[in-house]
Design a protein around this ligand. Structure first.
Ligand SMILES: *Cc1c(COP(=O)(O)O)cnc(C)c1O
Length: 367
């Protein structure tokens, strides 16, 4: 026997394996159609029928390697986003890209800044690159408009000469909170050009708030900006793993050095391209999500619970006491919610906006 853990490099020694929470395949067997899976922000409307048809059409070719450049999908994204093809990097989910960014640009001689309740991948990507994490306190829990949201002022002040990267999520997971275009622009104007700013826009397609569009429009003015998006949420293709980053071509060329050549599989490339072409399906999902999130929020509020503002397909619910017992009661009743203890928010649960039937099951199962 060897102590493999002790042989791991310094960065890996500091990491722990991802905890998936529950054994979902076992739970699906146990609860069948009565399971309400509200833990992972999946889109219950499902993917565009055009994406499903594209997967079926691509199936006979799976013995071949996928296009290593993903050019057809990149060209479609470039047209849709009005950027150059050379500005796009595809990933096996945007998770892979968030890791790749730190691997390419951060190391033990640098620091990486993010909000204390920012997306869980940010500290992992930082640690995996061996960089020092600068965890910036978030807005207060009782903040009038954006409780627990990113405090851009504090993040700007936390940047040091060695800060190579800043990770922001807008809207953010797990809080659902956001900052508007003007706030981001002010922030970017204060960041040194040698500090790269990642804006993770995994939920961009759900946004309806006034004043919030996308960081993309700031890319021509701020070449240190990197925007990431995903097909996992609004496009409902989480099982296929496709994400993309938009940056300057120079930054994209750096990613290209480390990116695995066949990181996005052939079925995923075909499905994503078809899903992108069906913007009517995305618009329908956005409308439906807005209505359903408002309904769910009102129902939870009527039960005396505080629901944080959200521009996503989930809500963060404040139970004002340790929510572990509530989570396990829900679990025993076949409703999966995401506990927040790992984020240091044990009195909160994050619940996805499910189908109306799932949301009703959640409400009925609340103790
Ligand atoms: C879900 C999510 C992602 C997307 O992950 P994929 O790897 O693309 O499935 C990225 N960022 C945030 C904030 C998310 O919530």
């Amino acid at each position: 026997m060897i102590d493999a853990g002790a042989l791991a490099n310094a960065a890996t020694r500091a990491l722990r394996a991802y905890d998936p929470g529950h054994d979902l395949p076992a739970l699906r067997k146990r609860f069948g159609a009565n399971l309400a899976e509200l833990g992972s922000n999946e889109n219950p409307l499902g993917a565009s029928p055009r994406a499903i048809a594209a997967i079926q059409a691509a199936l006979p070719e799976v013995f071949r390697y996928p296009d290593p450049k993903g050019l057809a999908l990149k060209a479609a994204l470039a047209r849709h986003l009005e950027v150059g093809i050379g500005q796009i990097t595809l990933g096996n989910g945007s998770h892979e890209l968030l890791m790749l960014i730190a691997q390419c640009f951060a190391d033990a001689s640098t620091s990486v800044a993010f909000s204390e309740f920012g997306f869980a991948v940010f500290p992992i990507a930082t640690a995996a690159a061996g960089a020092r994490a600068v965890r910036v306190p978030a807005m207060a829990r009782d903040h009038a408009t954006m409780p627990l949201g990113h405090d851009l002022e504090a993040i700007a002040q936390a940047i040091r000469p060695d800060t190579r990267l800043v990770y922001l999520a807008n809207p953010n997971n797990p809080t659902g909170t956001w900052f508007d275009d003007a706030a981001l622009e002010n922030f970017l104007a204060r960041v040194p050009a040698t500090t790269l700013v990642v804006v993770d826009e995994a939920y961009a397609e759900f946004v309806t708030a006034a004043g919030l569009s996308t960081a993309l429009r700031l890319l021509p003015r701020f070449p240190n900006l990197i925007v990431t998006r995903t097909f996992s949420k609004a496009y409902a293709l989480a099982g296929l793993r496709v994400g993309y980053a938009i940056s300057t071509p120079q930054v994209a060329a750096v990613f290209e050095r480390l990116r695995e050549s066949f990181n996005v599989n052939a079925l995923a490339l075909a499905a994503a391209e078809a899903a992108l072409a069906d913007q009517a399906h995305v618009a329908k999902g956005r409308e439906w999500n807005l209505t359903e999130r408002q309904w769910l929020g009102a129902q939870l509020h009527a039960r005396g619970l505080r629901v944080l503002p959200s521009q996503t397909n989930f809500v963060l619910v404040d139970f004002a006491r340790d929510a572990a017992a509530i989570e396990s009661t829900l679990f025993e009743r076949g409703v999966i919610a995401r506990p927040m203890g790992g984020y240091g928010l044990p009195e909160f649960l994050r619940v996805s906006v499910g189908s109306r039937a799932e949301n009703e099951r959640l409400l009925a199962a609340l103790p």
